[in-house]
Design a binder for this molecule. Structure first.
Ligand code: HEM
Length: 394
Protein backbone atom coordinates (compact mmCIF):
# COMPACT_ATOMS: atom_id res chain seq x y z
CA UNK A 1 0.00 0.00 0.00
CA UNK A 2 1.26 3.48 -0.80
CA UNK A 3 1.26 5.73 2.30
CA UNK A 4 2.66 8.71 0.42
CA UNK A 5 0.48 11.77 0.76
CA UNK A 6 0.43 14.29 -2.03
CA UNK A 7 2.23 17.51 -1.15
CA UNK A 8 0.72 20.94 -1.79
CA UNK A 9 4.18 22.51 -1.68
CA UNK A 10 7.80 21.81 -0.86
CA UNK A 11 9.25 24.36 1.65
CA UNK A 12 12.79 23.36 0.64
CA UNK A 13 12.33 23.56 -3.14
CA UNK A 14 14.71 25.89 -4.99
CA UNK A 15 11.77 28.09 -6.02
CA UNK A 16 10.69 28.66 -2.40
CA UNK A 17 14.21 29.12 -1.02
CA UNK A 18 15.02 31.72 -3.70
CA UNK A 19 12.52 34.14 -2.09
CA UNK A 20 10.71 32.61 0.89
CA UNK A 21 8.67 35.72 1.55
CA UNK A 22 7.27 35.88 -1.99
CA UNK A 23 6.60 32.12 -1.91
CA UNK A 24 4.67 32.38 1.37
CA UNK A 25 2.63 35.30 0.00
CA UNK A 26 1.78 33.19 -3.01
CA UNK A 27 0.82 30.18 -0.87
CA UNK A 28 -1.43 32.31 1.37
CA UNK A 29 -3.47 33.36 -1.67
CA UNK A 30 -3.37 30.08 -3.64
CA UNK A 31 -3.39 27.36 -0.96
CA UNK A 32 -3.66 28.87 2.55
CA UNK A 33 -3.77 25.50 4.33
CA UNK A 34 -1.06 23.44 2.67
CA UNK A 35 0.44 20.03 3.39
CA UNK A 36 4.14 19.21 3.07
CA UNK A 37 6.08 16.20 4.37
CA UNK A 38 8.58 18.54 6.05
CA UNK A 39 6.17 20.74 8.04
CA UNK A 40 2.80 18.97 8.04
CA UNK A 41 -0.04 21.48 7.60
CA UNK A 42 1.25 25.03 7.07
CA UNK A 43 -1.20 27.81 7.82
CA UNK A 44 -0.57 31.12 6.04
CA UNK A 45 -3.64 33.26 6.78
CA UNK A 46 -3.74 35.63 9.74
CA UNK A 47 -7.25 34.50 10.67
CA UNK A 48 -6.22 30.83 10.82
CA UNK A 49 -3.16 31.57 12.98
CA UNK A 50 -5.25 33.58 15.43
CA UNK A 51 -7.73 30.70 15.69
CA UNK A 52 -4.92 28.26 16.54
CA UNK A 53 -3.21 30.62 18.99
CA UNK A 54 -6.46 31.08 20.91
CA UNK A 55 -7.27 27.36 21.16
CA UNK A 56 -4.38 25.56 22.89
CA UNK A 57 -6.69 22.64 23.77
CA UNK A 58 -7.26 21.68 20.12
CA UNK A 59 -3.81 22.83 18.98
CA UNK A 60 -1.31 21.46 21.46
CA UNK A 61 2.26 22.66 21.83
CA UNK A 62 3.46 19.23 22.98
CA UNK A 63 4.97 18.54 19.58
CA UNK A 64 7.85 16.34 20.66
CA UNK A 65 8.84 13.88 23.37
CA UNK A 66 11.77 16.08 24.38
CA UNK A 67 11.34 18.46 27.31
CA UNK A 68 10.92 22.07 26.11
CA UNK A 69 10.25 24.62 28.86
CA UNK A 70 7.79 26.32 28.38
CA UNK A 71 7.54 26.24 24.54
CA UNK A 72 6.51 22.59 24.26
CA UNK A 73 3.98 22.56 27.10
CA UNK A 74 0.20 22.91 27.44
CA UNK A 75 -1.87 24.23 30.36
CA UNK A 76 -1.83 23.80 33.27
CA UNK A 77 1.88 22.84 33.27
CA UNK A 78 2.77 25.62 30.81
CA UNK A 79 1.51 28.32 33.20
CA UNK A 80 3.56 26.99 36.12
CA UNK A 81 6.81 27.45 34.20
CA UNK A 82 5.72 30.59 32.35
CA UNK A 83 5.10 32.41 35.66
CA UNK A 84 8.60 31.54 36.69
CA UNK A 85 10.37 32.91 33.59
CA UNK A 86 8.40 36.12 32.95
CA UNK A 87 10.09 38.16 35.73
CA UNK A 88 13.44 37.79 33.94
CA UNK A 89 12.01 40.08 31.21
CA UNK A 90 10.20 42.54 33.50
CA UNK A 91 10.57 46.31 32.82
CA UNK A 92 13.00 46.92 35.73
CA UNK A 93 15.22 44.03 34.58
CA UNK A 94 15.27 45.43 31.04
CA UNK A 95 16.06 48.96 32.27
CA UNK A 96 18.95 47.63 34.33
CA UNK A 97 20.32 45.69 31.35
CA UNK A 98 19.97 48.47 28.74
CA UNK A 99 23.20 50.43 29.50
CA UNK A 100 25.32 47.29 28.95
CA UNK A 101 23.51 46.63 25.68
CA UNK A 102 24.08 50.21 24.59
CA UNK A 103 27.82 50.21 25.16
CA UNK A 104 28.18 46.78 23.55
CA UNK A 105 26.31 47.99 20.43
CA UNK A 106 28.29 51.27 20.26
CA UNK A 107 31.61 49.36 20.57
CA UNK A 108 30.60 47.05 17.75
CA UNK A 109 29.67 49.96 15.46
CA UNK A 110 33.02 51.63 16.24
CA UNK A 111 34.80 48.39 15.30
CA UNK A 112 33.33 48.71 11.78
CA UNK A 113 35.17 51.98 11.02
CA UNK A 114 37.27 51.70 7.92
CA UNK A 115 35.56 48.52 6.68
CA UNK A 116 34.30 49.43 3.23
CA UNK A 117 31.71 47.11 1.72
CA UNK A 118 30.89 45.40 4.92
CA UNK A 119 28.66 42.30 5.38
CA UNK A 120 26.41 43.63 8.12
CA UNK A 121 25.30 40.14 9.17
CA UNK A 122 28.86 38.98 9.82
CA UNK A 123 30.18 42.33 11.11
CA UNK A 124 27.32 43.46 13.31
CA UNK A 125 24.03 41.49 13.43
CA UNK A 126 25.40 38.06 14.46
CA UNK A 127 28.06 39.36 16.90
CA UNK A 128 25.53 41.73 18.49
CA UNK A 129 22.98 38.93 19.04
CA UNK A 130 25.53 36.50 20.48
CA UNK A 131 27.35 39.00 22.72
CA UNK A 132 24.19 40.49 24.14
CA UNK A 133 22.85 37.02 24.93
CA UNK A 134 26.08 36.09 26.73
CA UNK A 135 25.90 39.25 28.84
CA UNK A 136 22.21 38.62 29.57
CA UNK A 137 22.97 35.08 30.78
CA UNK A 138 26.14 36.13 32.61
CA UNK A 139 28.29 33.94 30.35
CA UNK A 140 31.97 34.72 29.67
CA UNK A 141 33.22 36.22 26.39
CA UNK A 142 34.92 32.89 25.68
CA UNK A 143 31.39 31.58 24.92
CA UNK A 144 30.83 33.99 21.98
CA UNK A 145 32.36 31.80 19.32
CA UNK A 146 31.04 28.42 20.59
CA UNK A 147 27.55 29.90 20.83
CA UNK A 148 27.69 31.41 17.34
CA UNK A 149 28.92 28.13 15.88
CA UNK A 150 26.30 26.22 17.89
CA UNK A 151 23.44 28.33 16.50
CA UNK A 152 24.74 27.78 12.96
CA UNK A 153 25.00 24.00 13.44
CA UNK A 154 21.49 24.00 14.88
CA UNK A 155 20.14 25.60 11.69
CA UNK A 156 22.11 23.31 9.40
CA UNK A 157 20.85 20.20 11.22
CA UNK A 158 17.24 21.44 11.09
CA UNK A 159 17.57 22.16 7.36
CA UNK A 160 18.98 18.69 6.73
CA UNK A 161 16.47 17.05 9.14
CA UNK A 162 19.50 15.31 10.61
CA UNK A 163 18.18 13.79 13.85
CA UNK A 164 21.54 12.41 14.93
CA UNK A 165 23.15 15.84 14.57
CA UNK A 166 20.23 17.45 16.45
CA UNK A 167 20.73 15.11 19.41
CA UNK A 168 24.47 15.86 19.40
CA UNK A 169 23.80 19.63 19.25
CA UNK A 170 21.34 19.42 22.17
CA UNK A 171 23.99 17.47 24.12
CA UNK A 172 26.61 20.12 23.35
CA UNK A 173 24.41 22.90 24.75
CA UNK A 174 23.58 20.78 27.81
CA UNK A 175 27.34 20.38 28.33
CA UNK A 176 27.89 24.17 28.44
CA UNK A 177 25.10 24.69 30.96
CA UNK A 178 26.00 21.70 33.13
CA UNK A 179 29.52 23.06 33.47
CA UNK A 180 28.17 26.47 34.53
CA UNK A 181 25.78 24.85 37.00
CA UNK A 182 28.61 22.86 38.54
CA UNK A 183 30.67 26.02 38.95
CA UNK A 184 27.74 27.86 40.54
CA UNK A 185 26.94 24.99 42.88
CA UNK A 186 30.58 24.33 43.68
CA UNK A 187 31.19 27.90 44.74
CA UNK A 188 27.81 28.24 46.35
CA UNK A 189 26.94 31.08 43.97
CA UNK A 190 23.18 31.12 44.14
CA UNK A 191 20.44 33.68 44.34
CA UNK A 192 20.26 36.58 41.93
CA UNK A 193 23.96 37.10 40.97
CA UNK A 194 23.24 36.08 37.40
CA UNK A 195 20.55 34.27 35.46
CA UNK A 196 21.98 30.78 35.95
CA UNK A 197 22.53 31.37 39.67
CA UNK A 198 19.01 32.70 40.00
CA UNK A 199 17.39 29.78 38.13
CA UNK A 200 19.07 27.34 40.54
CA UNK A 201 17.07 28.83 43.37
CA UNK A 202 13.68 28.76 41.57
CA UNK A 203 10.91 26.44 42.71
CA UNK A 204 8.38 24.66 40.51
CA UNK A 205 5.69 22.22 41.69
CA UNK A 206 7.04 22.65 45.24
CA UNK A 207 10.64 21.62 44.43
CA UNK A 208 13.73 23.30 42.94
CA UNK A 209 14.10 23.36 39.14
CA UNK A 210 16.22 20.39 38.07
CA UNK A 211 19.19 20.61 35.67
CA UNK A 212 17.22 19.28 32.71
CA UNK A 213 14.63 22.04 33.14
CA UNK A 214 17.26 24.79 33.54
CA UNK A 215 19.07 23.55 30.41
CA UNK A 216 15.82 23.58 28.45
CA UNK A 217 14.88 27.10 29.64
CA UNK A 218 18.28 28.47 28.67
CA UNK A 219 18.27 26.65 25.33
CA UNK A 220 14.88 28.13 24.43
CA UNK A 221 16.02 31.63 25.42
CA UNK A 222 19.20 31.21 23.40
CA UNK A 223 17.46 29.82 20.31
CA UNK A 224 14.74 32.47 20.76
CA UNK A 225 17.31 35.26 20.89
CA UNK A 226 20.29 34.50 18.68
CA UNK A 227 18.82 33.86 15.24
CA UNK A 228 15.74 36.08 15.45
CA UNK A 229 17.61 39.11 16.80
CA UNK A 230 20.36 38.77 14.20
CA UNK A 231 17.77 38.34 11.42
CA UNK A 232 15.75 41.30 12.71
CA UNK A 233 18.78 43.62 12.90
CA UNK A 234 19.65 42.70 9.30
CA UNK A 235 16.10 43.20 8.04
CA UNK A 236 15.80 46.65 9.62
CA UNK A 237 19.29 47.78 8.49
CA UNK A 238 18.55 46.70 4.92
CA UNK A 239 15.17 48.47 4.96
CA UNK A 240 16.74 51.71 6.20
CA UNK A 241 19.49 51.45 3.57
CA UNK A 242 16.82 51.15 0.87
CA UNK A 243 14.55 53.86 2.34
CA UNK A 244 16.66 56.90 3.00
CA UNK A 245 13.74 59.20 3.90
CA UNK A 246 12.79 56.90 6.79
CA UNK A 247 16.46 56.56 7.76
CA UNK A 248 16.78 60.35 7.92
CA UNK A 249 13.55 60.70 9.87
CA UNK A 250 14.72 58.16 12.47
CA UNK A 251 18.09 59.88 12.80
CA UNK A 252 16.31 63.01 13.99
CA UNK A 253 13.34 61.37 15.76
CA UNK A 254 14.64 58.37 17.72
CA UNK A 255 11.34 58.26 19.59
CA UNK A 256 9.78 56.87 16.41
CA UNK A 257 12.16 53.86 16.37
CA UNK A 258 10.12 51.28 18.34
CA UNK A 259 7.02 51.54 16.10
CA UNK A 260 9.10 51.75 12.93
CA UNK A 261 11.05 48.60 13.85
CA UNK A 262 7.84 46.70 14.57
CA UNK A 263 6.30 47.73 11.24
CA UNK A 264 9.44 46.82 9.23
CA UNK A 265 9.45 43.42 10.96
CA UNK A 266 5.77 42.95 10.09
CA UNK A 267 6.74 43.47 6.45
CA UNK A 268 9.67 41.08 6.66
CA UNK A 269 9.30 38.60 9.52
CA UNK A 270 12.56 37.50 11.18
CA UNK A 271 10.99 34.23 12.38
CA UNK A 272 9.43 31.76 9.92
CA UNK A 273 7.19 29.44 11.88
CA UNK A 274 6.26 27.64 15.10
CA UNK A 275 4.61 24.27 15.58
CA UNK A 276 1.46 22.73 17.05
CA UNK A 277 -0.21 19.31 16.90
CA UNK A 278 -3.97 18.71 16.61
CA UNK A 279 -5.64 16.88 19.51
CA UNK A 280 -8.86 16.22 17.54
CA UNK A 281 -10.05 16.31 13.94
CA UNK A 282 -10.57 19.87 12.69
CA UNK A 283 -11.56 21.74 9.57
CA UNK A 284 -9.45 24.77 8.61
CA UNK A 285 -9.87 26.75 5.41
CA UNK A 286 -12.02 23.98 3.93
CA UNK A 287 -9.39 21.28 4.57
CA UNK A 288 -10.03 18.36 6.93
CA UNK A 289 -7.16 17.72 9.30
CA UNK A 290 -7.13 14.57 11.45
CA UNK A 291 -6.16 14.34 15.14
CA UNK A 292 -2.42 14.03 15.75
CA UNK A 293 -1.41 16.04 12.67
CA UNK A 294 1.46 18.56 12.65
CA UNK A 295 0.59 22.24 12.18
CA UNK A 296 3.07 24.97 11.21
CA UNK A 297 2.13 28.61 11.89
CA UNK A 298 3.71 30.78 9.19
CA UNK A 299 4.26 34.17 10.85
CA UNK A 300 5.77 35.79 7.75
CA UNK A 301 2.72 35.20 5.54
CA UNK A 302 0.13 35.97 8.23
CA UNK A 303 1.66 39.38 8.93
CA UNK A 304 1.37 40.31 5.23
CA UNK A 305 -2.27 39.24 4.89
CA UNK A 306 -4.23 41.92 3.04
CA UNK A 307 -7.46 40.77 4.72
CA UNK A 308 -6.11 42.28 7.96
CA UNK A 309 -3.51 44.86 6.89
CA UNK A 310 -4.63 47.26 4.16
CA UNK A 311 -1.92 47.78 1.54
CA UNK A 312 0.04 45.00 3.32
CA UNK A 313 3.29 45.41 1.38
CA UNK A 314 3.71 49.07 2.36
CA UNK A 315 5.40 50.52 5.42
CA UNK A 316 2.77 52.50 7.32
CA UNK A 317 3.76 54.11 10.59
CA UNK A 318 0.10 54.83 11.45
CA UNK A 319 -1.09 51.22 11.48
CA UNK A 320 -2.95 49.69 14.39
CA UNK A 321 -0.10 47.49 15.63
CA UNK A 322 -2.33 45.21 17.70
CA UNK A 323 -2.84 42.79 14.79
CA UNK A 324 0.91 42.40 14.25
CA UNK A 325 1.81 38.79 15.11
CA UNK A 326 5.57 39.48 15.27
CA UNK A 327 5.77 38.17 18.84
CA UNK A 328 2.81 35.79 18.55
CA UNK A 329 -0.39 35.89 20.61
CA UNK A 330 -2.22 33.81 23.21
CA UNK A 331 -0.61 31.88 26.04
CA UNK A 332 2.69 31.29 24.21
CA UNK A 333 3.13 34.96 23.21
CA UNK A 334 6.87 35.71 23.31
CA UNK A 335 7.96 36.28 26.92
CA UNK A 336 11.28 37.64 25.59
CA UNK A 337 9.53 40.43 23.61
CA UNK A 338 10.54 43.18 26.09
CA UNK A 339 14.17 42.08 25.78
CA UNK A 340 13.93 41.77 21.99
CA UNK A 341 12.34 45.22 21.67
CA UNK A 342 15.00 46.82 23.84
CA UNK A 343 17.86 45.04 22.04
CA UNK A 344 16.55 46.02 18.60
CA UNK A 345 15.96 49.65 19.57
CA UNK A 346 19.45 49.89 21.04
CA UNK A 347 21.11 48.14 18.05
CA UNK A 348 19.40 50.29 15.43
CA UNK A 349 19.99 53.46 17.45
CA UNK A 350 23.71 52.59 17.71
CA UNK A 351 23.89 52.06 13.93
CA UNK A 352 22.23 55.43 13.30
CA UNK A 353 24.18 57.33 15.96
CA UNK A 354 27.52 55.86 14.93
CA UNK A 355 27.17 56.47 11.19
CA UNK A 356 26.40 59.35 8.84
CA UNK A 357 24.77 57.07 6.27
CA UNK A 358 23.77 53.46 5.59
CA UNK A 359 23.48 52.55 1.91
CA UNK A 360 23.17 49.49 -0.34
CA UNK A 361 26.23 48.63 -2.46
CA UNK A 362 25.58 48.75 -6.20
CA UNK A 363 26.14 45.36 -7.82
CA UNK A 364 26.30 43.47 -4.51
CA UNK A 365 22.78 42.34 -3.63
CA UNK A 366 22.06 40.70 -0.28
CA UNK A 367 21.53 36.92 -0.25
CA UNK A 368 18.48 35.49 1.51
CA UNK A 369 18.69 33.21 4.51
CA UNK A 370 16.85 29.92 3.98
CA UNK A 371 14.70 27.58 6.08
CA UNK A 372 14.64 27.42 9.07
CA UNK A 373 16.07 30.97 9.08
CA UNK A 374 14.62 34.19 7.73
CA UNK A 375 16.14 37.54 6.75
CA UNK A 376 19.53 37.66 5.07
CA UNK A 377 22.48 35.26 4.91
CA UNK A 378 24.76 38.07 3.70
CA UNK A 379 24.00 41.78 3.67
CA UNK A 380 26.60 43.98 1.95
CA UNK A 381 26.10 47.58 3.06
CA UNK A 382 28.14 50.73 2.79
CA UNK A 383 28.40 52.66 6.06
CA UNK A 384 29.74 56.20 6.09
CA UNK A 385 31.11 57.49 9.36
CA UNK A 386 30.99 61.04 10.62
CA UNK A 387 34.38 62.74 10.22
CA UNK A 388 36.16 63.19 13.55
CA UNK A 389 35.98 66.74 14.91
CA UNK A 390 38.91 68.88 13.74
CA UNK A 391 41.10 69.90 16.68
CA UNK A 392 42.68 73.33 16.09
CA UNK A 393 46.17 73.73 17.56
CA UNK A 394 46.84 77.15 19.05
C1 HEM B 1 12.90 39.58 17.25
C2 HEM B 1 13.01 38.65 18.20
C3 HEM B 1 11.95 37.63 18.56
C4 HEM B 1 10.83 37.25 17.86
C5 HEM B 1 10.35 37.75 16.51
C6 HEM B 1 10.15 36.25 18.68
C7 HEM B 1 8.94 35.66 18.32
C8 HEM B 1 8.28 34.72 19.11
C9 HEM B 1 7.00 34.14 18.78
C10 HEM B 1 6.21 34.45 17.53
C11 HEM B 1 6.68 33.28 19.79
C12 HEM B 1 5.41 32.44 19.91
C13 HEM B 1 5.68 31.00 19.52
C14 HEM B 1 4.46 30.12 19.53
O1 HEM B 1 3.33 30.57 19.65
O2 HEM B 1 4.68 28.90 19.40
C15 HEM B 1 7.76 33.29 20.74
C16 HEM B 1 7.83 32.51 21.87
C17 HEM B 1 8.92 32.47 22.70
N1 HEM B 1 10.02 33.28 22.66
FE1 HEM B 1 10.40 34.74 21.32
N2 HEM B 1 10.87 36.04 19.81
C18 HEM B 1 11.97 36.88 19.79
C19 HEM B 1 12.94 37.00 20.78
C20 HEM B 1 13.00 36.23 21.91
C21 HEM B 1 13.96 36.41 22.97
C22 HEM B 1 15.01 37.52 23.02
C23 HEM B 1 13.72 35.43 23.89
C24 HEM B 1 14.42 35.12 25.19
C25 HEM B 1 15.60 35.52 25.53
C26 HEM B 1 12.58 34.64 23.42
C27 HEM B 1 12.04 33.56 24.06
C28 HEM B 1 10.85 32.94 23.71
C29 HEM B 1 10.27 31.83 24.44
C30 HEM B 1 10.86 31.15 25.69
C31 HEM B 1 9.05 31.52 23.81
C32 HEM B 1 8.06 30.44 24.21
C33 HEM B 1 7.01 31.01 25.15
C34 HEM B 1 5.95 30.02 25.59
O3 HEM B 1 5.87 28.92 25.04
O4 HEM B 1 5.17 30.38 26.48
N3 HEM B 1 12.17 35.17 22.22
N4 HEM B 1 8.73 34.19 20.31
Amino acid sequence: MNNMRSQDWDPKSAAVLRDQRAAFDEMRERCPVAYSDLLGWSLFRHEDLVRVLNDPVTFSSVVSRNLSVPNGMDPPEHGQYRRLIEPYFAPHAMQAFEPQCRSLAADLVRSLHGRAGLDLMEGFAHPFAVRVQCVFLGWPASMHEPLRAWAQKNHAATFAQDRTAMVEIAREFAGYVTELLQVRRGTGVQGSQDVVGSLISQQVKGRPLNDEEIISILRNWTVGEISTIAAAVGVVAQYLAEHTALQQQLRTQPGALPDAIEEVLRLFGPLLANRRVTTRAVEIGGRSIAAGERISLNWVAANRDGRVFSDPQSFRSDRDASANLLYGAGIHVCPGAPLARMELRVAVQALLDGTAGIEPIAGRAPTSAVYPASGFATLPLHLTFPSPPVVHQR
